[in-house]
Design a protein around this ligand. Structure first.
Ligand code: PEP
Length: 247
């Protein structure tokens, strides 16, 4: 039985004062009926984890493939863990595009993250042009093949389907389009991992808001959401958590 997951990606947003949003989220959802995760910027992970005390999970937004060494500015999986993170987002399209992160790099980072005991949330998704030319499932298939590490398991891997054109745009695929991709990803995971593939949580991400969350969560094989903009305010993210609890 897969436990649903509402994950918030704060991206490069948030100062110490923003921790009050985490406080408010926990106060409004003291014992949520789903997993709740906030991935704040690295500077806030320690403080967020101390505040959350395990009531919600705290995660990173990236990590280095190596555990330590001469990599100025790098953050390792071990450091994230040490700061109190339990999850890490990898292969977000903003990093794939802006930092030229290839599937191979995502694969290396995920391998290290999982071996350090972090849950890796690997993002995949097509561009609008790829969707328009009917290549969505080919793109997803190739990203899954290239990015998923050999040590992937139901407990330590989450996949987020994030159509790039839906991120931060206010646009979302139709429910049928989401269902098509999630069914495909489920079948791929079962092909790869057998019964354990059925345990991997598949999140949808891209302009999830309180107003569309319930419809998206009703789609089969959608086990939650990865939320950007609407995770910054406890009131919005709390409404998404409530929709997931009710799904
Ligand atoms: C994201 O960047 O992972 C995301 C889903 O952003 P938004 O919810 O703002 O579209």
């Amino acid at each position: 039985m897969r436990r649903k997951l509402a994950a918030g990606n704060w991206k490069m947003n948030g100062l110490k004062a923003s921790l009050s949003e985490i406080e408010a989220l926990i106060a409004a959802h003291p014992g949520p009926d789903c997993d709740v995760l906030i991935c704040p910027p690295t500077t806030l992970i320690s403080a967020a984890a101390a505040l959350a005390r395990g009531r919600i999970a705290i995660g990173g937004q990236n990590c280095h493939p190596r555990l330590s060494g001469a990599y100025t500015g790098g953050i390792s999986a071990q450091m994230l863990k040490d700061a109190g993170a339990s999850h890490v987002i990898l292969g977000h399209s903003e990093r794939r595009a802006d930092r030229y992160e290839s599937d191979e790099v995502v694969h290396a980072k995920a391998t290290t993250a999982i071996s350090e005991g972090l849950v890796a949330i690997i993002c995949v998704g097509e561009t609008e042009r790829e969707r328009d030319r009917g290549a969505t499932l080919d793109v997803i298939s190739s990203q899954l093949k290239g990015s998923l590490p050999l040590n992937a398991s139901g407990a330590y891997l989450v996949i987020a389907y994030e159509p790039i054109w839906a991120i931060g745009s206010g646009r979302t695929p139709t429910l049928e389009q989401i269902a098509e991709v999630h069914d495909f990803m489920r079948a791929e995971m079962v092909k790869r991992l057998g019964d354990d593939g059925d345990e991997i949580r598949l999140l949808y991400g891209g302009s999830v808001k309180p107003s569309n969350a319930a419809d998206i969560f009703a789609v089969p094989n959608v086990d939650g959401a990865l939320v950007g903009g609407a995770s910054l305010l406890a009131s919005d993210f709390g409404a998404i958590v409530a929709a997931l609890e009710a799904a």
